[in-house]
Design a protein around this ligand. Structure first.
Ligand code: HEM
Length: 241
């Protein structure tokens, strides 16, 4: 049941919101950024307070919302939409809709990722300073997460339209290619942390692996299709040849 509340419902919510409120997200992006920032600020403040002063465990729906925000499931939902709309057929209505708010989704996802980054980096530094040994797998998935977050920073900044306008389009495109490494690191981060867990959650591991493999297959397919189209348009004889 956890997999439903943790993963499937937040991703479903982000997808439905993106598809039904596409125009609103596009035209009022500032407000969506502010709401995301508000959620990130409350969540980070509460978690940092809990680390410093302790506190009792939340219950019910508030506990579930805390988990979703802290573990970055809404952010993950945004990133998955950003990934998949770049790999799906551009003729589909759903792809067109998502592509029209791709930058906004990347920005919202990055903002919602802040609590996850702040809290787990703080906890990791505290672990480093402590006496308990840290396993190799633990180091590996934390380093993957940190690298993913570092790559996310320039991708986040250059997703703002006013910044994008100031950058040469080829430089911008080349920079955006780093998102493939970002997606790969996110998958490895999650896969290794699931493998390192005391109890291996095979359902979660299989779901993440299926989603990231599906993306890889769709993206390679699209790249091959585009390469074929380009090749055909170059080799097609014209009136002047
Ligand atoms: C943008 C980069 C990142 C993304 C997209 C990301 C995503 C995720 C997701 C989705 C989970 C939950 C996996 C699950 O249980 O189903 C997770 C767990 C975790 N992440 Fe990250 N992460 C990122 C960066 C980081 C960083 C920088 C750190 C720490 C320095 C970190 C530390 C952790 C830890 C410790 C967990 C396990 C939490 C637990 O089970 O209690 N992550 N990450």
């Amino acid at each position: 049941m956890k997999i439903l509340y943790d993963l499937i419902l937040p991703i479903f919510f982000v997808t439905i919101l993106s598809l039904f409120a596409t125009k609103s997200i596009k035209n009022n992006s500032k407000y969506y950024y502010l709401v995301s920032l508000f959620i990130a600020a409350i969540s980070t403040t509460y978690e940092v307070y809990k680390i410093i002063f302790g506190g009792s465990k939340l219950t019910g729906i508030i506990y579930q919302l805390e988990r979703i925000s802290l573990k970055g499931f809404l952010a993950l939902g945004c990133f998955l939409l950003v990934m998949f709309c770049g790999a799906m057929n551009t003729k589909w209505n759903i792809t067109k809709k998502l592509l029209s708010i791709r930058g906004q989704l990347a920005i919202i996802g990055s903002i919602l990722m802040i609590p996850h980054f702040v809290v787990y980096t703080t906890k990791f530094i505290m672990k480093l300073l402590g006496t308990k040994p840290i396993s190799h797998l633990n180091y590996i998935y934390i380093i993957m997460g940190l690298l993913a977050f570092i790559i996310l920073i320039p991708l986040f900044i250059t997703s703002f339209k006013f910044i994008r306008k100031k950058i040469n389009p080829i430089t911008w495109k080349n920079l955006q290619r780093w998102s493939y490494l970002f997606f790969l690191l996110v998958y490895l981060h999650i896969a290794v942390l699931l493998l390192a867990a005391k109890e291996f959650n095979i359902a979660k591991f299989s779901l993440y692996t299926f989603v990231f493999l599906l993306y890889t297959v769709l993206r390679i397919n699209k790249a091959n299709h585009l390469a074929k189209l380009k090749h055909n348009s170059i080799s097609k004889p014209t009136l002047t040849t």
